[in-house]
Write a protein that binds this ligand. Structure first.
Ligand code: ADP
Ligand code: MG
Length: 404
């Protein structure tokens, strides 16, 4: 599903209030009864055209009428949640405009945004549960059977977890984007001016880059963490020119790691499997892409395990848990991520880019990968029509009509 801010500027203060009321009602109701929406909205802002706002919001797909329910009610759509999150980012002055989409994964949309000074940033919108939205019917069953695991809750958890890890990693000096803000299922972070490793066809020193990446895996382990999805999509390679040297081969390549919702602790029952998977992912990629095979075996989990906390390394797994991301939240999110992984494995159509085996020779592929992905995802969402925002270079103004 695409983020479409087109209707945003037309929303009145009353519409925002009603949208917020639906969100508040969603905390206790799968489908928020209309009288409850009226009640919450009125409490917040006095009696008036709640019904008019409900129709306006439903018309642009921010809330959806659930006719099959036992009672008359609405639920918030992904679009509605997107608007609420953007609204918050805008109020906090983190986002002023929304530009083009640079990536679409199975679990997220990545947008370029800018603040009012024109500084570009990245907005990551988590979309967990999207796979289960293939048809309206499937979605309905999903929600019915998994009330506590609704997409809204899970996507929010993914954003909270990712933000917490990004903060902890940044503080510890890891090469990650700077986390700026989190609202609901979204994160704002700095834009990294770098291509994913996936799009790099050759490097001057594969052995050096390989060593850097393995060192990162080991450094994470020392802090109690396993990335869990350490692949060529989640490693951005920044080219840093040596000062005063124009020669192209004097570029330093700096890997920046992204994408943290699936990170696991070195104490996780399946830690060894995740650790080995991350290591092997890099080995396999270097062999295929750069024809580089390391002479050094490993690294092995059992050796990495011994280094956890060594030299006073701060346990970031513990730090994140202490920050409020509880065990229950971790469990719920992990179940959803594993389910999504399993889904994507049994669904070749969508996983072609990630289950990288046949598409080795596609170095020329660029950012329209995301757009293609979006087409593939079409029809899954149950939210009204969405106009693409990929107007190259042109930022769409978010004029938010709300006095609060
Ligand atoms: P997903 O969970 O869907 O895989 P990611 O966080 O990995 O989402 O982001 C998907 C893609 O978006 C990345 O492969 C990268 O190309 C791009 N991207 C994400 N975050 C940034 C960022 N901060 N700066 C630049 N590009 C980014
Ligand atoms: Mg990713």
């Amino acid at each position: 599903m695409k983020l479409d801010t087109k209707a945003m500027r037309h929303l009145t203060a009353e519409d925002w209030r009603v949208l917020t009321a639906v969100e508040m009602g969603s905390k206790n109701h799968e489908i928020v009864p209309t009288p409850l929406i009226e009640k919450i909205a009125r409490l917040k802002g006095g009696a008036s055209g709640v019904h008019k706002s409900i129709s306006a919001l439903a018309k642009v797909g921010l809330i959806a009428r659930m006719k099959e329910a036992k009672y008359d009610g609405y639920r918030l759509t992904y679009g509605g949640l997107d608007y609420l999150a953007l609204h918050t980012h805008a109020q906090r002055k983190h986002v002023y405009s929304v530009g083009s989409r640079i990536g679409v994964g199975k679990e997220s949309d990545i947008m370029i945004v800018a603040d009012d000074k024109g500084t570009q940033k990245v907005l990551k919108i988590h979309r967990l549960g999207r796979i289960s939205f293939r048809t309206v019917k499937a979605n309905r069953d999903y929600l019915k059977n998994r009330a506590s695991a609704s997409w809204m809750y899970l996507s929010r958890l993914a954003a909270i977890k990712e933000f917490a890890f990004m903060q902890a990693l940044k503080e510890e000096g890891f090469p990650v984007p700077e986390p700026i803000a989190q609202s609901r299922h979204t994160i704002v972070m700095t834009l990294i001016d770098a291509l994913p490793l996936r799009q790099i066809s050759a490097v001057p020193d594969p052995a050096g880059l390989y060593a850097d990446l393995i060192a990162l895996i080991l450094r994470l382990a020392k802090h109690g963490l396993i990335h869990g999805d350490f692949n060529e999509f989640n490693i951005l390679i920044r080219e840093d020119k040596q000062p005063g040297d124009a020669a192209a081969d004097d570029l330093t390549l700096t890997p920046i790691i992204i994408d943290f919702p699936q990170m696991v602790s070195m104490d996780h029952p399946n830690a060894e499997m995740y650790f080995d998977r991350d290591v092997n992912c890099i080995k396999l990629f270097f062999e295929r892409r750069f024809h580089f095979v390391s002479t050094a075996p490993g690294p092995l989990f059992k050796d990495a395990k011994k280094t956890v906390g060594r030299d006073g390394a701060r346990r970031l797994d513990a730090a994140v848990e202490a920050s409020g991301f509880t065990k229950k939240m971790a469990k719920d999110l992990e179940a959803a991520i594993r389910e999504q992984e399993a889904n994507s494995k049994s669904n070749g159509a969508e996983s072609d880019d990630l289950e990288d085996s046949s598409d080795e020779e596609d170095e020329g592929k660029d950012s329209d990968e995301g757009v293609n992905g979006a087409e593939a995802a079409e029809g899954q969402h149950i939210i009204g029509s969405h106009i693409p925002l990929e107007t190259e270079g042109e930022m769409q103004k978010l004029t938010i009509n709300d006095e609060t």
